[in-house]
Design a protein around this ligand. Structure first.
Ligand code: V07
Length: 258
């Protein structure tokens, strides 16, 4: 009888996923997880599909991973959706990608509100198409009082530019007397970045086998654990996130606190 139940459980993925979630919740969960969602174009190419098909599939994974992150009690999920370098891609691809926030929010904003998720964005808003920015700002406004998961999209974001802008603002505040240069320290400098009031990521995930940061959160990732996988973003599953967190927990257990 029990063997039969076990057999049924192992065939039923959703039930074993639930068990894995319960297991992982017994140890500390990273509070802030950041993900570089790479490999969408390659996923499409492997299937002889246009690159945009990979981006669309990747968008569905964003929903899945957001729901699980919320369920796990992760406090902040930062997703690198578009870099300042991505403008160099073909015009039609960029135009398509810039419609994804609207499509995503058109479908899932009610669900995000229902699940108490707070939408945020970091990056240079000035270059974004107005239709994209409007959709995101509406979502930010409608979720601003939610106190569940913070879903932070890095969009038209670049870390070196972010740091330069912070330095310029510090210099300006010193010149105008708002700040004394002797008061500048790491904590104060952090408050000049786009992640002001956010804790640094505990865990960085990058998919698609690239082992580099590509100008993503250079300051904020100083003490972060990195987890890289060959899996392409559209193939990234709940199990992969749990695996990354498990690795994080094992590292914490071995090196943390002593
Ligand atoms: C984008 C899908 C995921 C893979 C990476 C590239 C393509 C969701 C959003 C989004 C952004 C803001 C927002 C709600 C949803 C998104 C871009 C690209 C630019 F408020 N997916 N996704 N934005 N991709």
């Amino acid at each position: 009888m029990f063997n039969k139940i076990r057999l049924w459980k192992n065939q039923n993925n959703s039930s074993t996923l639930r068990e894995k979630i319960e297991e992982i919740k017994k140890l500390p969960i990273p509070e802030h997880v950041a993900i570089i969602m790479d490999g969408n174009g390659r996923w499409a190419k492997k299937r002889a599909l246009p690159r945009v098909a990979g981006h669309h599939e990747g968008m569905k994974v964003v929903r899945k991973i957001t729901r699980l992150s919320n369920k796990l009690g992760i406090k902040t999920l930062t997703l690198y959706a578009f870099s300042t370098e991505n403008w160099k891609r073909p015009k039609n691809e960029v135009e398509y990608i810039m419609k994804l926030p609207e499509e995503f929010l058109g479908t899932f904003l009610p669900e995000l509100i229902e699940e108490n998720v707070q939408v945020k964005m970091m990056g240079y808003k000035d270059k974004l198409p107005v239709h994209t920015l409007h959709a995101i700002e509406k979502a930010i406004e409608e979720t601003k009082n939610n106190n569940g998961l913070v879903l932070n999209f890095a969009l038209n974001y670049g870390s070196r530019a972010e740091i330069i802008d912070a330095v310029k603002q510090v210099v300006s505040d010193c010149r105008s007397g708002i700040m004394n240069e002797n008061d500048l320290n790491e904590e104060v400098f952090s408050s000049y970045l786009m992640t002001a009031n956010m804790m640094d990521p505990d865990l960085l995930i990058r998919t698609s086998g690239e082992i580099r940061l590509s100008n993503f959160m250079l300051w904020q990732l100083a003490y972060t654990e990195f987890w890289f996988t060959e899996v392409l973003w559209p193939d990234f599953s709940e199990e992969h996130l749990l695996e990354a967190i498990k690795t994080f927990q094992n590292r914490q257990r071995r090196f943390g606190g002593v």
